[in-house]
Design a protein around this ligand. Structure first.
Ligand SMILES: Nc1nc2c(ncn2[C@@H]2O[C@H](COP(=O)(O)OP(=O)(O)O)[C@@H](O)[C@H]2O)c(=O)[nH]1
Ligand SMILES: [Mg+2]
Length: 380
C-alpha cells in the first residue's frame, strides 16, 4: 500500500502570488505557451517563476526554460497531486526569488489537476496564492482525431478518454497552433469545441507566433471563477490503457568530438532514427524532445507524430566540440524496449557523425494510475 502523508506547512511570500496552471495533453504546446506568456508578463515588468513536472528527472522543458534566466524548479516522479509536498518544495524554492506570477505545468498525463492540486492549494494556501482560471491547451491535430474522430489511430482511440477528461476540468479551453490552420479550419474546430463544452470560454492562440497571447494573458491574470470545474469523481479508469504499451524515457548524454560536430545535425539525425524506429514497430511517437546545451546556450528540437518534420528552437549552436544532450521521449513502446532503442539510436547517431557519446543517465518509466494524496471537490 502506498502511504501518502500531507502536513500543511507555512509557505512564505511577501505578497500574494498569482498562480497560473497550464495543462493539456502531451505536445499540446504547454511549455511553448508558458514561454510566450512569460515573455508578455516580463514586458509588463512582472517577475515570473516557473514550475515544471514530469514522471522522471532530466526534463528538456526545465533545461530550456532555465535559459530565460528565471527562477524555475522541477518536480519529477509523478504528478503533483500524487505528492503535494514535492510541489510545495519546488514552489518554496521559486517563491524565495519573490515572483509576482508563478506559472506551473502539470505532467501531460494528469487528468485530475483541479481536485487533487488546485483545490487543496486554495484551501491551505489561499492567503499566499491568487489562483487563476485553469487553462487546458489543445493541439488541433488531437481535436481532429479525438473530438471529430477523423481517421483516429488505434493509439488516439486509447488516449481519447484522457484527452476528454482534461478538457472537462478546464476553466478555459485554449486551442493552440492556430498558425497551422486556415481561418475556416480554426472556426470549425472552435465550433466543435463549443458544441461539446458550451459553457467554457474558448481562446485561439499560436504560442509559437504570439497570436492571441495578449487575450489569454488578460484572462489568466484574473481570479478563477467561483464555480471552477471540479470533477466529483476521478475516473482513473481512463488510465487503464494496458492494451497500449506506453514508455516514458528521460536521458542525459555527454557528446564530445574532435575537432567538432554540428549540434543541429546530431539532433536531426537522432530524431529521424527514433521516428523510423517507432514506425518500424507500427507505433506512434507521442512526443520526443531534446535540448543540446553548451557554454550557457541551448538549442531545442522536438518531434510529434502529427508533424513528421523535427522542429527546432532556441539558439543555433553551430559546430561544437562538447555538449550535453537531454532527451525526453514518450512513445507507444514498453519502457525496457524503448530504453534499448533510444540508447542504440544515441550511439548510432554519434558513430555516424564521429561523435563520442556517453549516456550519463537514462530512466524509463511506465506512467501508472495516479494515487493523489487527497481530492477536494467542493468549492471553497
Ligand atoms: N506550429 C506550432 N507549433 C507549436 C506551437 N506551440 C508549440 N508548438 C510545437 O509543439 C511541440 C510541443 O510543444 P511543447 O511546448 O513542448 O508541448 P508540451 O509537451 O505541451 O509542453 C513543439 O514542437 C513546439 O514547437 C504553435 O503555436 N504553433
Ligand atoms: Mg512541456
Amino acid at each position: 500500500m502506498v502511504e501518502q502523508v500531507f502536513e500543511p506547512r507555512p509557505l512564505l511570500a511577501k505578497k500574494p502570488v498569482r498562480l497560473i496552471f497550464v495543462g493539456g495533453f502531451v505536445g499540446s504546446g504547454k511549455t511553448t505557451a508558458m514561454a510566450a506568456l512569460t515573455r508578455r508578463l516580463l514586458q509588463d515588468g512582472l517577475n515570473v517563476g516557473l514550475v515544471t513536472n514530469d514522471h522522471a528527472e532530466d526534463m528538456v522543458d526545465t533545461t530550456l526554460v532555465r535559459q530565460f534566466g528565471l527562477p524555475v524548479a522541477e518536480v519529477s516522479g509523478g504528478c503533483f497531486g500524487c505528492d503535494l509536498n514535492d510541489l510545495l518544495d519546488a514552489t518554496e524554492r521559486v517563491l524565495m526569488q519573490e515572483p509576482d506570477v508563478l506559472i506551473v505545468e502539470p505532467v501531460a498525463s494528469c487528468t485530475d489537476t483541479v481536485a487533487s492540486v488546485i483545490m487543496p492549494l486554495k484551501q491551505f494556501y489561499g492567503g499566499v496564492f491568487r489562483i487563476s482560471p485553469f487553462s487546458v491547451l489543445i493541439d488541433p491535430m488531437r481535436l481532429y482525431e479525438m473530438l471529430l474522430e477523423e481517421n483516429p489511430s488505434e493509439f488516439a482511440r486509447c488516449f481519447a478518454p484522457i484527452f476528454h477528461h482534461q478538457l472537462k476540468e478546464a476553466d478555459i479551453l485554449v486551442l493552440n497552433k492556430v498558425d497551422t490552420l486556415s481561418t475556416e479550419e480554426a472556426q470549425r474546430l472552435v465550433n466543435a469545441l463549443r458544441q461539446r463544452h458550451p459553457d467554457k470560454p474558448i481562446l485561439t492562440i499560436s504560442a509559437r507566433r504570439g497570436d492571441g497571447v495578449d487575450e489569454w494573458m488578460q484572462q489568466v491574470m484574473q481570479d478563477a471563477p467561483m464555480n471552477s470545474r471540479v470533477m466529483e469523481k476521478a475516473d482513473y479508469k481512463v488510465y487503464e490503457i494496458g492494451s497500449v504499451k506506453l514508455g516514458w524515457l528521460n536521458a542525459s548524454v555527454q557528446l564530445v568530438a574532435e575537432p567538432f560536430f554540428n549540434a543541429r545535425e546530431y539532433a536531426n539525425l537522432l530524431l529521424r532514427r527514433l521516428h523510423d524506429a517507432a514506425r518500424a514497430r507500427n507505433t506512434e511517437v507521442l512526443h520526443i524532445k531534446l535540448a543540446i546545451y553548451c557554454q550557457g546556450k541551448a538549442m531545442g528540437a522536438s518531434l510529434l507524430s502529427a508533424y513528421p518534420e523535427p522542429v527546432f528552437g532556441g539558439e543555433d549552436l553551430g559546430d561544437v566540440s562538447h555538449a550535453m544532450l537531454v532527451l525526453n521521449a514518450r512513445l507507444g513502446i514498453d519502457p525496457p524496449t524503448l530504453g534499448g532503442i533510444v540508447a542504440q539510436a544515441i550511439y548510432d547517431t554519434a558513430k555516424a557523425l564521429r561523435v563520442e557519446a556517453e549516456i550519463l543517465k537514462l530512466h524509463t518509466v511506465k506512467p501508472t494510475i495516479p494515487c493523489p494524496t487527497f481530492r477536494m471537490c467542493n468549492p471553497i
